[in-house]
Design a protein around this ligand. Sequence first.
Ligand code: PLP
Length: 375
Amino acid sequence: MLLFTPGPTPVPQNVRDAMSAETMHHRTPEFEAVFEKTREHLFELFATDEVVMIASSGTGAMEATVTNLCKNTLLNVNSGKFGERFGKIAKAHGLKNVEIKNEWDTPVSVADVVAAVEANSDIDAIAVQISESAGGLRHPVEELAEAVKKVNPDIMIIADGITAVGVERIDVTNIDALIAGSQKALMLPPGLAIIGLSNAAIEKIGEGKGYYFNLASEIKKQRQNTTAYTAATTLIIGLLEVLETIKKEGGFGVLYCNTARRAKATKTALEAIGLHSYPKVPAKSMTTIDDKDAAKIRSALKEEYGVNVAGGQDHLKGKIFRINQMGLIAPYESIWVVNAIELILHRLGRLEYAGTAAKVFNEVYFKTALEKKEI
Ligand SMILES: *Cc1c(COP(=O)(O)O)cnc(C)c1O
């Protein structure tokens, strides 16, 4: 079965092998050496002033950043399930909360965020997804962050990059917390979250908040290449292997470029066979198609072609399907997927099969390589 869901993503064989070694004790020089090397790679990936790894799924990092960086009112951007979650976290912790809500295909307007911040001086943190996985859209986070900092540089910008870190280069100039999760673009099993932090964020964190998710305790320990509580040793060993594999395959720049080419080739191929891309601004992490036959296409992909893609949630259940673009994906796998979709559409009587999707994918993906064109 080809796992083509936008999280979890397939774990490469060499990474699974690296994680199958005997369990290492976390308070040892051997593990501290692994931790230190992993941290060095993470500093390059995140480009932030500090970086901490915590043993939790991505939501734990969302909660940690909200509780440690918001003292008064959180503005959250809700264009989908994950954006909505930030508001729920704020409420669960008794913080005041303002929400900007849009349909799941619509990125937030920077002007709306600026207006909200100008109207409410209690807002001291903004939480937003870079790539909102519910509908596969890209929010203009960098522009939003820059505009907000012009109004009030003390407002903390929390960017959920769980489906963006490792997908594309993110400009962190005005971002205070950047979140990643192991099971998405980092090609690992679930259970590890990573947070990049700005110096301003570290200052605001001060003594930290809470107990397990107290970021001050973690920063202090992780600067010494250890963790406040038992580290997720196996996942960190896997993470080091993932980061070294990316390096061996040309580095982060090559990964971003290949991801962008694959995302563009997939979208163009599916549009060429009459399908429609759902989000107004698609993220590079996944290709999201809305279609009346979405549920049928998804189950035929699984049953007839051995491809597992994700569906939609809530009001988009049965209305969309999402094809992963995160990680080191061989293009022949993507070609198999778009070709299978064309065959399914043929069987549904919607077109005459002509091998169009695979041809268009190849043209877009490989021509850019021949011409060394930037996407
Ligand atoms: C998957 C995901 C999360 C939640 O992560 P969990 O690991 O399921 O807790 C948060 N934000 C985005 C954008 C995601 O895609």
